[in-house]
Write a protein that binds this ligand. Structure first.
Ligand code: GYE
Length: 306
């Protein structure tokens, strides 16, 4: 392929490769596990990793990417905080001959030559799985089911796709109604604050669908402070399956979790090596994931690493 296809030859030893990684931030347990795994994988591979944390701000990520271009790194990897607005900086990387690998989150650029590959989960599928559990859970009742949705960061691929995937499944049954949907920015504090406010305007809500565990954990605090029992008075579905989420699931406070795997480090290293060697890589690498019920969480918890 032309342009930023990487590789100044296939003979670069790992210790001669430099990768710049522009991380979203440290907003959630998922993110912490992801950062740790990426750092671990590059260290194991003996590849130098320059790491930056954008504190959930796109402008910081763009700055970090520009600085990696200036430093002439071999590969840039990043997890775009939002989907839009990357064309200019990606073009700069391409012009500099530096290949880019999207890690975890996607961009909406129409020109796919601006990046080599997108490694990460299928967020629409995750939303589907959340919806399917709900449909099954309420299969025997025709009563209305009122849902509050806690959205991830506005404009982020996982927020857009998890909403879409969920809506796709529940739309066929009129008893399901999303009575309120607001962003909690993927943080525990955000989830708590939004739930507190939305419980006041929707005291009869049945279900909370949260785009990640952390916001769901915040919602649990708000529900308990309102004198209600999470998992019983209000059912909770989340996405991620980090340890704190799994613990709450095992404790009966969350009802169902769709897994999103943060351990992308080894796959990223693999893609980096191939790109540097000038090999063709797949444009889309999807991570494999499962789901957990309360019983399954109890079984999985002792071995859960993150
Ligand atoms: O689900 C959430 C994190 O992009 C898949 O970002 C990731 C999401 C993850 O803040 O917890």
């Amino acid at each position: 392929s032309a342009g930023a296809s990487g590789g100044d030859g296939g003979d670069k030893a790992p210790e001669d490769i430099i990768v710049g990684f522009a991380q979203v931030g440290a907003e959630s347990g998922w993110r912490t596990a992801n950062t740790k795994d990426v750092k671990r994988a590059f260290e194991d591979a003996g590849i130098e990793l320059k790491f930056s944390d954008a504190q959930q701000k796109q402008e910081n990520q763009i700055k970090a990417i520009r600085s990696y271009i200036q430093q002439g790194v071999d590969v840039i990897a990043f997890s775009p905080v939002v989907e839009s607005g990357w064309d200019a900086v990606l073009q700069e990387a391409k012009d500099a001959g530096i290949p880019v690998i999207l890690t975890d989150r996607a961009v909406d650029s129409e020109d796919e030559s601006l990046y080599e590959s997108f490694l990460g989960s299928d967020f629409v599928e995750e939303g589907n799985k959340a919806g399917e559990w709900l449909v099954e859970e309420y299969a025997d009742s025709d009563d209305p089911v009122k849902i509050i949705q806690l959205e991830g960061t506005t404009g982020a691929a996982p927020a857009i796709d998890r909403a879409e995937g969920f809506a796709e499944i529940i739309k066929d049954e009129s008893k399901f109604e999303i009575v309120a949907s607001q962003t909690g920015d993927f943080t525990r504090a955000g989830g708590k604050q939004v739930t507190e406010a939305l419980l006041k305007s929707n005291p009869d809500v049945d279900v909370i669908y949260s785009h990640n565990d952390d916001m769901g954990l915040g919602a649990i605090e708000a529900i308990e402070e309102a004198g209600l029992v999470p998992g019983e008075d209000i059912k909770i579905i989340t996405v991620d399956a980090v340890k704190d989420g799994m613990q709450a699931l095992a404790d009966g406070k969350i009802n169902f979790i769709v897994e999103c795997n943060p351990l992308l480090g080894d796959q990223l290293v693999d893609l980096v090596k191939k790109v540097v060697a000038g090999e063709d890589i797949e444009k889309r690498v999807v991570t494999e994931e499962t789901t957990f019920t309360q019983e399954e969480a109890k079984e999985a918890l002792p071995d859960r690493q993150y």
